[in-house]
Design a protein around this ligand. Structure first.
Ligand SMILES: [Zn+2]
Length: 234
């Protein structure tokens, strides 16, 4: 998501003026990312990784491996809930990119280069997953040990399936931009409705209900993809 050199330079500037990477930007963010004491792979200091932000060794400042005990919510400094502040999420994403983007490790050891790539991939995944309501909801369920297998309709009611079939049918025969726009607005309204309902289900701790709604959301997400493809055929 970040490749431009100019952005990377701006990032370096921000980090340098903010102080040492890792400390100033993240010192207040470490609370949600509790992890067990780990030993630095570079200098061997035990426990030094835990006391800081978890990304760099406190002693030698070497970049450390991603913490496997940390989930995406903790990494992105969000509460583990369906409601996420998207502006804050984006801000956190850029903040972390400023610390771990591989561009900043080109002069470092192979190990650190490799680790920055791992961190960066993880960060991109976390950001993408938490950004969209559907993937965020599915991830929350996964953390509860609930998964929706691909291709399952999970007891989706037949009335809903008919509705989906009709929308697909309309899309297949849509000849004009206006016809596609109409379908898009139906999908948007449904997404909004589902997002509100799934939020309520999570707030009430009703994971079965959340699963049911997210299964339905998947159908609408597929329709969105089809609309996108009809605009930009491969
Ligand atoms: Zn160290």
């Amino acid at each position: 998501m970040w490749s431009s050199g100019a952005r990377a330079l701006l990032c370096v500037w921000k980090v340098r003026f903010a102080g040492f990477p890792g400390r100033s930007l993240l010192s207040t963010n470490a609370a949600s990312g509790k992890s067990k004491a780990r030993q630095c792979w570079n200098c061997g200091s035990a426990g030094s990784v835990e006391s800081g932000d978890g990304f760099f060794c406190e002693h030698c400042r070497a970049l450390q491996p991603p913490d496997p005990t940390r989930d995406y919510f903790s990494l992105m400094n969000c509460h583990r809930s369906f409601k996420v502040d998207i502006v804050k999420l984006k801000h956190r994403y850029h903040q972390l990119q400023c610390l771990i983007h591989p561009d900043f490790f080109s002069q470092k050891s192979q190990t650190e280069k490799h680790l920055s790539e791992k961190h960066s991939a993880l960060l991109n995944d976390a950001y993408k997953t938490l950004q969209a309501p559907l993937s965020r909801g599915l991830y929350l369920l996964k953390l509860q040990g609930i998964e929706i297998p691909e291709g399952t309709d999970h007891g989706t009611d037949s009335q809903f399936l008919v509705e989906i079939m009709e929308i697909n049918e309309k899309l297949a025969h849509a000849q004009s931009e206006a016809a596609i726009e109409e379908i898009k607005s139906t999908v948007r309204a449904k997404k909004k409705e589902f997002t509100d309902n799934v939020n309520r289900a999570f707030e009430q701790g009703d994971f079965e209900k959340a699963k049911e709604i997210l299964t339905k959301m998947k159908y609408f997400s597929n329709i969105e993809e089809k609309i996108q493809l009809s605009k930009n055929p491969l």
